[in-house]
Design a protein around this ligand. Structure first.
Ligand SMILES: Nc1nc2c(ncn2[C@@H]2O[C@H](COP(=O)(O)OP(=O)(O)O)[C@@H](O)[C@H]2O)c(=O)[nH]1
Ligand SMILES: [Mg+2]
Length: 218
């Protein structure tokens, strides 16, 4: 019985996610669901991307956190439209929350929408939001074994970003082993390695975003 209830919740969420995606498609907005552990660098990557793309791309952000507006304030300081969702304890965003957030954005003025999910390497993977692409960040200090321990996050994503590569010399992160594990789970996934702090390695990530934007508009 419990399984059935959970299934109903997931079905309802999937339907709402499809509705969100239709709305985004109608406005030709590329939406990315950014998922990772707390502190992996989600907000830092969004901020660096804003700094590099905002002159040619209209960007907006939906920030998901259990509490506070700290991240939304950081985004807003850059002059970018942002809506904060506080889940009040919930460990992930769902499609209903995102629908409410979309109602509070000027969709005609957006090309690229980042949805920063709640910091968690487990729950966000199970809930579609209406995004076009799912991106999981893994920062080097978290260790190269995480695809084995949290496989769903890696099987459900279209892109993996290895962040904090500037810390690589200090740690024993095995980059090749990590990539092998990720490709073993998800052979078609895009893998980027960068430092959201220094900006090193950012160009392939930006090129991928620009190509995705272009293909949505083609
Ligand atoms: N050394 C280093 N620190 C980073 C990098 N990216 C983010 N950080 C730091 O990691 C901490 C958490 O970053 P934040 O973007 O808030 O992570 P979030 O919780 O995933 O949004 C902050 O102190 C950042 O300055 C990176 O590439 N290298
Ligand atoms: Mg954040």
């Amino acid at each position: 019985m419990k399984v059935k209830v959970l299934q109903n919740i997931l079905d309802a969420n999937t339907q709402m996610a499809q509705k969100n995606q239709r709305l985004l498609d109608n406005h030709r907005i590329l939406a990315l669901n950014i998922m990772a552990s707390p502190g992996a660098g989600k907000t830092s990557l969004i901020l660096k991307t804003i700094a590099r793309l905002k002159d040619k791309t209209r960007i907006a952000v939906i920030e998901g956190d259990i509490a506070s507006t700290i991240d939304a304030d950081r985004i807003s300081d850059q002059g970018v439209a942002v809506v904060q969702i506080n889940t009040g304890g919930g460990c992930h965003l769902d499609a209903n929350m995102v629908e409410n957030a979309l109602n509070n954005l000027k969709l005609n003025e957006i090309d690229l929408l980042f949805i920063e999910n709640v910091g968690n390497l487990v729950c966000p993977a199970a809930f579609r939001l209406g995004e076009h692409k799912r991106v999981v960040l893994l920062s080097v200090p978290e260790g190269d074994d995480k695809p084995i321990k949290y496989p769903m996050m890696f099987t459900e994503s279209e892109a993996v970003v290895i962040n904090k590569t500037d810390l690589m010399p200090l740690l024993d992160f095995d980059l090749d082993a990590f990539k092998r594990k990720v490709i073993g789970l998800n052979p078609d996934v895009e893998i980027f390695q960068l430092s959201a702090k220094t900006g090193q390695g950012l160009d392939p990530w930006l090129s991928w975003l620009e190509a995705e934007l272009k293909s949505l508009r083609a």
